[in-house]
Design a protein around this ligand. Sequence first.
Ligand code: HC0
Ligand code: SF4
Length: 579
Amino acid sequence: MINLTIDNKPIVVKKGTTILDAASSIGIDIPTLCHMKLHDMNIENKPGGCRVCVVEVKGRRNLAPACCTEATEGMEINSHSLRAVNARRTVVELILSDHPADCLVCAKSGNCDLQDLAQHLGIREIHYQGSQSHYREDTSPAIIREMDKCILCRRCEMMCNEVQTVGVLSTINRGFHSVVSPAFEMNLDHSTCTYCGQCVAVCPTGALTEVDHTGAVIRALSDPTKTVVVQTAPAVRAALGEEFGMEPGTLVTGKMAAALRRLGFDYVFDTDFAADLTIMEEGTELLGRLNKYLAGDKQVKLPILTSCCPAWVKFFEHQFPELKDIPSTARSPQQMFGAIAKTYFADKMNIKRDDLVVVSIMPCVAKKYESGRDEFAVNGNPDVDYALTTRELAHLINLGNIDFKSLPNEEFDNPLGESTGAGVIFGTTGGVIEAAVRTAYEVQTGKALKRLDFEELRGMEGLRKATIDFDGTLIHIGIAHGLGNARKLLEEIKAGHSEFHAIEIMSCPGGCIGGGGQPYHHGDVEILKKRQRAIYAEDKNKVLRKSHENPYILKLYEEFLGEPLSEKAHHLLHTQYFD
Ligand code: HC0
Ligand code: SF4
C-alpha cells in the first residue's frame, strides 16, 4: 500500500492508483475534460491529452497530470495550488483559442463540460489568438459531427472501439490537423456506424450531437390540419425527471403524459403498447422455431435473436450479414406502433394518412435513423415521422414553459396507450427476453406462471445466461448489452458453438435506460442501476404484467390483425434485413 497526502489529508491507496483516483476516493474533485472511467467494464480513457487535471507535487519541478500519474510513497500533493489552477486556466484558454465561440447557438450550450470549466475557472478573455482549425460538418440521419468543436479528448473513440467494437472513430492526421473521424474522412453515413449514440453520450462538447427534430415537431403541432400523436418509449419515464433536477430513478410516467398533452399532442400513446404487440409476434416466432427444433428439424434457425434495437440491427447487417436469417423478423415496437397508428388507428378515427403525424419520444438516437429506413414508409410517408430523444423532449417542455415537477399524473390515451408490465421492462437489459418468457411459457405449456419476476434474467453484467424450465423443456437464454458483448455471442453462433435457444441483444450499456439520447450520465453505472430499478418498480405496480393479457392488444388482433404472424401482421409488423 502507498501512503500520501492530498491537500494535507493523509490517504492510503493501492499501488498503481492514480492521483486522480486517490483524490476522488476522498471527495476531492480534480477537473478533467478527457478522462473517463467505466468502472463496471474496467475500461478507462486516459490519454493524458487535455492536461486540465495537472496538480502540484511537492519536490517536483513540473506539474503532474493527475489522471496518468501514479501515487507514490510519501507524495505530498496540492490539487488546487495557485500554480496548478493558473496552469489549468492557461490550458483551457489554449483549448478555447482553437474552439468556435458560438455557445449562443450551440446544441450543447448548458450541457458542455468545456463551457462549464471555462466558467468555473473564471476565464473572461482568451490571450492566445491563432488560426482555428476548420472541418466540414457531417450530418447523418441521427448524428451530427462538428469537428471544429472537438477537443480530442478521445472519449468517443473509447466508446466506439472498446465498448462497442464498431471501430468507426479514430484520430487521424497530426498537430492542428488532428481530427477524430471515420476512415478516409468519410461521412458517418457511409461508414459502418450503428448510430448507437454512445459517442454522443460521452462527448464533453458540441462536437457530436443528435440531429434535432424539435423544430419539425413544433411545426406539426402548430398545423391545424394535422393530427399529431405521440408514443413514449419504456426507458424515457425512468430518466426524463433528471432533466428537471429530480433524482435518478424517479418515475415520471404520469407527469410525462401530462406534459405531452400540454404541449398540444392530440393523442398521448405509449410505445409499451407496441412492446406488448412485439411480444405477441416475436414470442410466436420463437415458439414456432423452438417447436420445430424440438420435433427434430435440425435446419431450423436457432437461437432466435431479438430485433428491436436499431443500432444492433445495423451492427449485424454490417458485421455479420451471414447471420441475417437468425434475428426475429419482428419490427421494433417503435415501428410497429407507427404502422398500427397509420392504419388501424387512422381508419378508426377517419384520418387520412398524410394528415396523421406520428412522433416518438425515445432514449435513443438510432431511432431517428430507424424511422427513416425506406422499408418503414408507404409511398414516401414514414410510419414514424419524427423521433425525439429524451433530452429533446425536456427541451420542448422547457420551451413550453411547463413546470414539469408540479404537473399532475395523467394517464395515456387509448387504444394505443394501454400496456402491461412486460412492455415496460423492455427499457432495460434483459427485459425484452423476460417479457417474451412470460408469454411464451404460458402459451407453450398452457399453465399459468407461478412467478413473474425472473431474477435470473436481470442484472447489469454485460453478458448473462440463464436456463428457464418450460415445464420439463429447458430453454437456454443469453443476454448481451453493449455491442462488444453482442459480438462475443455472435462469434459463438458463427462458429456453431452457441448453447442458446434465444438471445436478447441491446446496443447500449444497460439497454435503453443507457441510450444515447438519455440525460447525460457520464458513464456512471449507479445512475443506470437507479433507472433500472425504476423500470422494475413500474412493472410491479401494473395490474397486468403479461403481454398476452393486454385487452387492447387482444382487441387489435380481433378487429384488425387476425392472429400473430397472419398475413396482415407480416405485412405491417415484420421486416427483412439487408447485407
Ligand atoms: Fe427501447 Fe424499444 S425498449 S428499443 O430499448 O424493443 O429506444 O426504451 O422504445 O422500439 O418498446 C429504445 C426503450 C424502445 C423500441 C420498445 C424495443
Ligand atoms: Fe461508433 Fe456508435 Fe458513435 Fe457510430 S454512434 S460512431 S457506432 S459509438
